[in-house]
Write a protein that binds this ligand. Structure first.
Ligand SMILES: Nc1nc2c(c(=O)[nH]1)N[C@H]1C(S)=C(S)[C@@H](COP(=O)(O)O)O[C@H]1N2
Ligand SMILES: [Mo]
Length: 232
């Protein structure tokens, strides 16, 4: 296990692991009776992949810190699941349309939240489709039944309640669902296409230091509106 020595620039450690996101005004989405990942995009035909079948793929455990673009970091989280790289090679690649060059992967949640990331970032060895957090099945707060974990990228890339994975041949549009207030605030935030924490890629246009402020203002406000007793 890795012990945390340093945080990426502009981040501060918090106790525990708060629930966060654009969806905070609502309870976590209900998990379907037979949860599955709908695989689509540049494939021969879309198909569902039942989550139970993840058990038959290579498994990995990682310990990593989690960095929200608002500035807080939860440290030493132990995630367990299937490396996305293995999932891609074993499940998606055989289904691809012949001759396509995959550039991006879009991950969607049951709450209709979606982000697209580059294939390079998705194939990093520590990117997981995670089913367990600290030895327990992931709960509703943190993304049941499974979530994307990409520790080198900001929290907003780490899609909770995974239900669909689409392969793309160009950059897809993100979709942040949520309360109208969150939607309004998020219109002022254009996220960085790669969002790598160690490069402090917070915002598509603003330099890192200015983006720290925007991130804190927008996401900090969202957070406090929903967790009035917490100070993150
Ligand atoms: N499905 C879904 N995934 C999501 C979000 C969301 O609103 N819906 N919010 C993102 C944001 S902004 C952050 S910081 C993290 C928060 O994860 P946590 O609630 O487990 O702390 O989830 C990310 N993944
Ligand atoms: Mo976030």
């Amino acid at each position: 296990m890795r012990t945390t020595t340093a945080l990426p620039p502009g981040q501060h450690a918090v106790e525990g692991f708060p629930r966060f996101g654009t969806h905070l005004h609502w309870p976590p989405p209900e998990v379907p009776e037979v949860p599955a990942l709908q695989i689509g995009g540049a494939v021969k035909a879309p198909f569902p992949f039942p989550l139970t079948e993840l058990a038959g793929l290579p498994r990995r455990e990682i310990t990593a810190d989690f960095h929200c673009v608002a500035g807080w970091s939860a440290t030493g989280l132990r995630w367990e699941g299937v490396p996305f790289e293995d999932f891609f090679r074993q499940v998606i690649e055989p289904a691809l349309l012949p001759g396509v060059t995959v550039t991006h992967i879009a991950f969607s949640g049951l709450d209709d939240y979606r982000v697209g990331i580059t294939i390079e970032d998705a194939m990093e060895h520590d990117v997981l489709i995670a089913e367990h957090l600290n030895g327990e099945p992931i709960d509703g707060d943190h993304g049941a039944p499974a979530r994307l974990v990409s520790p080198r990228q900001y929290g907003f890339i780490n899609v909770k309640h995974l239900c669909a994975i689409d392969v793309h041949t160009s950059e897809p549009k993100d979709r942040y669902m949520g309360h109208p207030t969150s939607q309004l605030m998020l219109r002022f935030y254009t996220r960085h296409p790669r969002a790598r924490v160690w490069h402090e890629e917070r915002h598509r246009f603003l330099p890192a230091r200015a983006a720290r402020l925007v991130g804190r203002l927008i996401t900090g406000r969202l957070m406090r509106a929903c967790n009035p007793d917490d100070r993150h």
